[in-house]
Design a protein around this ligand. Structure first.
Ligand SMILES: Nc1ncnc2c1ncn2[C@@H]1O[C@H](COP(=O)(O)OP(=O)(O)O)[C@@H](O)[C@H]1O
Ligand SMILES: [Mg+2]
Length: 356
């Protein structure tokens, strides 16, 4: 393996917006450089169809696996160039890849082949982080709680990642718990896409213009996922427009649905936030000002902050997590938390592709 002392992390979540790429130092708490490479419209639409329907040909799946890997490799090149870093300074790349199918406890499939990234960058790659945990009877998700714990140091607190799906980590007296609470942005993005052909509701302005439909909100909140005990994890295979449509009565206006979905996200998260806790938000949903406002409103007894307050910018926590996990894997250290994923034990995560 390369002798570099720096680590690269690459992440694209269920929002399918594009690749977040970071360079972190050996302590894994300091962000040295970052970039973001959006997916093209065409690739995003292909991934959206694939991840929501699970339907494609093997040829398409193999092709898109390589195509996504090239975007991830492009992100590494852009990152090295913009930060004036040489590939030899990097020890390893931790690449989460793009999840196209996840069923907690059964399988979790990320694409963006490690061979392509290793070949195009000359840097070793660790990817396919989730299957080791699933092989040990775990959910394979969420994995980031271990990194949230690392970021918090010895402090207690709650970290909430507002990606396509929301995941919550609670650290109390060094005990870490965490699970996917349900949707964060995925339904918001899909609904505005359907109604207005926009990728997302900028700053939550459209949602703010609508009114909560109480009947719809209580029906959505009664969905069995929200009642399931943890460990649990989910994805857009479950929370998608088909799921939403099964609850719509046809009497709600489009804006009222968007408003109700914001409340669904805020309420399904808030019911798990204990009082008098320090809460650190991260993920793209932090930029949805209306959602952030609703979370603050529903949690008047907690201090609402962001991971910026821990020194890690909100948009890069997840990418940094996978750089950290790759570092752990090379050291032969475990990264999964059995209490979170439900696995038989902690596991060294990922598959290693040697530097070429
Ligand atoms: N200004 C904004 N207003 C509202 N939502 C935003 C804004 N910026 C980002 N987002 C939301 O954040 C999402 C991307 O968040 P991200 O953390 O990258 O999710 P993921 O981990 O699923 O890729 C976008 O799809 C969008 O829903
Ligand atoms: Mg993203």
């Amino acid at each position: 393996m390369a002798k570099g002392s720096l680590y690269i992390g690459l992440m694209s979540g269920t929002s399918l917006d594009g690749v977040d790429a970071v360079i972190i130092d050996g302590s894994a708490t300091k962000l040295l450089s970052q970039t973001y490479l959006p997916y093209t419209h065409d690739l995003k639409e292909q991934l959206r169809t694939l991840s929501q329907t699970g339907q494609t040909s093997l040829e398409n799946l193999a092709t898109i696996d390589v195509q996504v890997a090239h975007v991830f490799a492009d992100a590494v090149h852009a990152l090295l160039e913009s930060s004036n870093t040489r590939a030899t300074q990097i020890s390893v790349i931790g690449s989460h890849g793009q999840t196209v199918f996840h069923k907690g406890g059964k399988y979790s499939m990320q694409i963006g082949h490690g061979s392509i990234i290793a070949e195009r960058t000359g840097i070793a790659v660790v990817n396919d982080f989730r299957m080791n945990d699933i092989a040990a009877s775990g959910q394979g998700a969420p994995l980031t709680p271990a990194y949230h714990q690392h970021l918090l140091g010895n402090k207690d607190g709650v970290v909430i990642n507002l990606g396509g799906i929301a995941n919550l980590t609670q650290i109390s007296k060094s005990v870490v718990t965490g699970f996917d609470t349900g949707p964060a942005n995925t339904l918001l993005d899909n609904w505005i896409k359907k109604c207005k052909q926009l990728d997302y509701d900028r700053d939550g302005i459209w949602a703010r213009s609508g009114f909560i439909s109480d009947d719809l909100l209580s029906a959505l909140l009664a969905d069995s996922y929200f009642k399931k005990p943890s460990p649990k994890s989910t994805g857009p295979e479950y929370f998608n427009l088909e799921w939403l449509n099964s609850y719509l009565t046809g009497t709600e206006t489009d804006a009222d649905v968007q408003r109700t979905l914001v409340e669904l996200t805020a309420m399904s998260i808030s019911k798990h936030i204990p009082k008098n806790t320090n809460v650190y938000l991260c993920g793209g949903g932090v930029h949805n000002l209306f959602l952030a406002e609703r979370l603050a409103y529903l949690n008047p007894h907690s201090e609402m902050m962001t991971t910026d307050d821990l020194g890690m910018p909100v948009d890069y926590v997840e990418a940094a997590a996978f750089a950290f996990f790759a570092q752990q894997t090379l050291k032969g250290k475990t990264s999964s938390l059995p209490l979170v994923t439900g696995a038989k034990g902690a596991r060294i995560l990922g598959a290693i592709y040697a530097a070429q």
